[in-house]
Design a protein around this ligand. Structure first.
Ligand SMILES: [Ca+2]
Ligand SMILES: [Ca+2]
Length: 234
């Protein structure tokens, strides 16, 4: 548990050749919830390298990594590596070029991404065997290589239409964000609070539900407080 709502775990300014935040090897399991990962760099797999190991990441924000412009991916998997993302916000990461991807599945790894904002600034979200990856309730810039039976939506919205203020690292959802009331309750999900400890699945009366009342990414839109901020700002 975290002593206060928000980012319990911070992974900042790490560098490694491969996997600057973690490497999951030979059956090890990493479970990260409530983390913010920023300003990390690596030659390959800025955040995590899954080498016959597993990682589950939920209620977390992965932003402004790779600013030295050397990395080809945020995550790599090798052999039987497994990566599961749930309620994760990914934006503003700098990968090396169009042959980069947020997730690279080099061999036969298993990828699952649910209820997440996964904005790919260059290259696709995913590279690898499409049969081994499942994306459900995910917002992307480009859906190349993403399995067709998932609920994935391509958006062109500017960052300040989606989030409150990314220049200040604030990835709460902006008023009118397309991430609000986006998804249904994913089967098997164990996440019932957001990164601030607020309930998931709050049905905002002013927003038509896209697939359902659950917001995607690290935060559920707080209609009471976030609307007050909006009103104060005007
Ligand atoms: Ca909602
Ligand atoms: Ca609604």
């Amino acid at each position: 548990m975290c002593w206060s709502p928000g980012a319990c775990l911070q992974f900042n300014n790490n560098y490694a050749y491969r996997g600057s935040v973690f490497r999951s090897l030979n059956g090890s399991i990493i479970d990260l919830s409530g983390s913010v990962m920023t300003k990390n760099n690596a030659h390959k797999a800025i955040i995590g390298s899954l080498e016959d190991g597993e990682a589950k990441i939920s209620n977390s924000i992965i932003h402004n990594n790779g600013q030295d412009g050397t990395s080809r991916s945020l995550f790599d998997t090798f052999q039987a590596g497994k990566l599961a993302l749930e309620y994760v916000t990914i934006a503003n990461n700098l990968l090396i070029n169009d042959s980069s991807s947020l997730i690279k599945n080099s061999t036969n790894g298993q990828i699952q991404a649910h209820s997440s904002v996964m904005l790919n600034e260059v290259g696709p979200v995913y590279q690898g065997n499409i049969a081994n990856a499942h994306f459900e309730c995910v917002m992307v810039r480009d859906d190349a290589n993403i399995v067709a039976d998932g609920t994935v939506v391509v958006v062109n919205d500017e960052l300040d239409q989606i989030f409150v203020d990314t220049t200040q690292g604030d990835y709460h959802l902006a008023v009118g964000s397309s991430a609000i009331d986006y998804c249904y309750d994913i089967e098997g999900s164990t996440v019932d609070k957001d990164l601030d400890g607020k309930s998931r699945g709050v049905d905002h009366s002013g927003v038509t539900n896209f697939y359902g009342p659950y917001d995607i990414g690290a935060y559920e839109f707080d209609s009471e407080n976030d609307d007050l901020i909006f009103k104060d700002g005007f």
